[in-house]
Design a protein around this ligand. Sequence first.
Ligand SMILES: NC(=O)c1ccc[n+]([C@@H]2O[C@H](COP(=O)([O-])OP(=O)(O)OC[C@H]3O[C@@H](n4cnc5c(N)ncnc54)[C@H](OP(=O)(O)O)[C@@H]3O)[C@@H](O)[C@H]2O)c1
Length: 237
Amino acid sequence: MKTILITGANRGIGLGFVKEYAKAGWRVLAACRHPKQAEELNVLATMRPYQTITVFELDIGDEASIKKLAQELAQETIDVLLNNAGVLVGVNNDKFGKQLGRLQQADLIESFKINSIGPLLLTQALVEPLARASNSKVININSGLGSIADNVEGGMYGYRASKSALNAFTKNLALELREKNIIVISLAPGWVKTDMGGQNAELTVEESVSKMQALISELGMVDTGKFFDYTGDEREW
Ligand SMILES: NC(=O)c1ccc[n+]([C@@H]2O[C@H](COP(=O)([O-])OP(=O)(O)OC[C@H]3O[C@@H](n4cnc5c(N)ncnc54)[C@H](OP(=O)(O)O)[C@@H]3O)[C@@H](O)[C@H]2O)c1
């Protein structure tokens, strides 16, 4: 049975991945900030065919929490690490996320802590469990907004830049982990109906997740270090 670790597993795209991988017969290590409050996830884990789900605590913005989870999983073999947890802070429902004049250090730091540094530190902490699987995969959930090449309207400073930094980490990790046969990519889920994406988004969680799941299953070492869209197309950095 293959094993996947999913961060931000309690709602949105993360919860969608939990459901699909459990249905597909995978063992799902579902990490979230507040396991006791993760009602839907906890109920799901007691139901068929979702009983392969185990819930773990992880605050991706807290280095001690990352180390604690890595200790708990030290003897595991992890086939896929899905760095999904993310935040969009400081935008305050401003339609276009134009923030110049209102930018604050704390918001910018929070964006980088959660969206870029957390996934990097978690990957670092789990290299051994990943290396035990053959052709394991690290999937950094990114965003079209993380592409510098595709930025035509500005705004969303912290979110865009933290996802661009995550892209830089994807490339670096891919180069360093190639010798251990670990594939590392960035993956944009499209605009998805979640708390973050809002209800006007183009895709349901199920539509986005099923396409990403198909793409993830087909990845080979030839793909490492690339930035993909949920459609399977390669994106510009
Ligand atoms: N929805 C979209 O249209 C869209 C588009 C492009 C990219 N994305 C990316 O897709 C990923 C999932 O987004 P979503 O739409 O599902 O967002 P969401 O519904 O807002 O869910 C965000 C998830 O991240 C978790 N999270 C936030 N801070 C955390 C922390 N410090 N430690 C652990 N978990 C934390 C949240 O947990 P709590 O419940 O504890 O807050 C929640 O599970 C993100 O990386 C996002 O940037 C989404």
